[in-house]
Write a protein that binds this ligand. Structure first.
Ligand code: IMP
Length: 423
């Protein structure tokens, strides 16, 4: 049985949580393969909003088992908070949520290192969520990291101490003002570890291999977006993992020839949190309208998101790198009321028109070239079927499908599960 993927195609926050929630009924297993609590996956049902950071978005469905794969980094402190928030749902967490022994742990000192590194960069800072993601992946690739499986050893605290001590000397190297009480942070960490140890640890690649043999349907849930990928994103303003399709292979142990559908999610416009280039960013009233109507504030940090027109050059690049088979367009409802919409269909790159995503998209190299199309006035949020969509929205969709050469199979018209139109 093939494994399907669900990926964000822009700079994250495309609405993956909602779509996983909508799709979960078709799957037996939902697996996260990269990232950590820098992600904020928002789900809305029965009038209540739920934000998950590390736990896969299938947790609210009775039929789904949720796997946190080896490619994910886990902060026991944040994980504990997520688990505590789930208590009111009376879920059988032990049989619904499995953690890979090979997933790496975020230590309190990783968070401090993240803060020190950002503070030392001044204006050049990445705009990190400060969850310790970068330093944890650095320790992973540097072969120094601590993994979930280490917690099963009697001497895990020795390993912890050695790594935390090393981090403290590194923090001192940054020579920035950072006030912290490590003892206090360690007490919190140990409480988190105690709760984590109550969960089911597995060799997740083996579990998923057997599940595939048994014909179980598996959905791999991506975090962040393709333009934040460590290799293909807008480096260095990226996250520290492979957010693209290949990340599901390394982050779960799924073989490339076992990948089935690749669902790519994008917003009808573009947003970004944190620093870094964003060619179609708007600084005018249109951008403010998108931010206000779209409630564009980060689910993890609460930071306002930068907003701009749809960048088709970047979207095509993401479709290509991921091998997207089905597209899902989110937040078309936010664009209701714009008389004219702009779609960036090419870049002016150092004076030449190009249609591919180049090495360097800083504003001094790239200005967007737009195609203008007619907007729609209608309130989409009450619509439930394809044939209710306004003609100009259908033209917008047709235009994108033609350019991207991939069908748009879902149009989302609001945050709730029910506000989803299948085409
Ligand atoms: P980090 O992964 O926390 O180090 O952050 C690196 C960059 O990725 C920053 O620009 C963050 O704002 C961005 N980022 C990380 N996670 C997310 C996410 O889930 N959604 C959107 N942006 C994110």
């Amino acid at each position: 049985m093939a494994v399907d993927l669900l990926l964000g195609l822009q700079w994250g926050d495309e609405g993956k949580g909602k779509i996983v929630d909508v799709l979960t009924k078709n799957y037996d297993i939902i697996a996260r393969f990269q990232g950590g609590p820098n992600a904020g996956h928002t789900l809305e049902f029965d009038g209540i909003k739920h934000v998950l950071h590390t736990i896969p978005s299938g947790i609210f469905h009775d039929n789904a088992v949720n796997v946190v794969g080896n490619g994910v980094v886990i902060d026991p402190v944040i994980f504990k908070k997520e688990l505590d928030n789930l208590k009111k749902f009376n879920l059988d967490i032990k049989s619904k949520l499995f953690i890979s022994r090979k997933a790496h742990l975020i230590l309190p000192t990783h968070r401090l290192l993240d803060a020190a590194s950002e503070a030392s960069k001044g204006k050049a800072k990445i705009g990190s969520t400060l969850k310790g993601i970068g330093p944890t992946y650095m320790d992973k690739t540097g072969r120094n990291g601590m993994r979930v499986g280490d917690l099963e050893l009697d001497n895990w605290q020795d390993k912890y101490r050695a790594l935390a001590d090393k981090h403290e000397s590194m923090i001192a190297y940054y020579d920035v003002d950072l006030e912290y009480d490590l003892k206090e942070l360690e007490i919190e960490f140990c409480k988190g570890v105690e709760d984590l140890k109550k969960l089911t640890f597995i060799d997740s690649e083996e579990y998923l291999f057997q599940a595939q043999r048994e014909g179980k349907k598996i959905l791999a849930e991506g975090a962040q977006g393709s333009l934040l990928d460590i290799d293909f994103g807008t480096y260095p303003f990226v996250t520290s993992s492979n957010t693209t399709a290949a990340g599901a292979c390394t982050g779960l142990g799924v073989a490339p020839n076992k990948i089935g559908k690749v669902f790519g999610i994008f917003k009808a416009y573009t947003t970004r949190v944190g620093s870094g280039p964003f060619p179609t960013e708007l600084f005018d009233e249109d951008g403010k309208t998108m931010a206000r109507v779209g409630n564009e504030f980060g689910a993890t940090t609460g930071r306002p998101r930068r907003c701009g027109w749809l960048d088709l050059v970047a979207l095509k690049y993401a479709v290509q790198v991921n091998g997207v088979t089905d597209l899902m367009m989110m937040k078309g409802d936010v664009l209701s009321g714009f008389k004219t919409l702009k779609i960036c269909t090419a870049y002016n790159y150092q004076g030449k028109e190009i249609s591919h995503f180049p090495y360097n998209i800083e504003p001094e190299n790239v200005t967007p070239i737009y195609t203008e199309v007619a907007g729609w006035e209608d309130d989409l949020t009450k619509m439930s079927s394809d044939n209710q969509l306004p003609a100009t929205l259908n033209s917008y969709i047709d235009f994108l499908e033609k350019e991207l050469e991939v069908p748009i199979t879902i149009v989302s018209v609001g945050p709730d599960r029910t506000q989803t139109i299948h085409r």
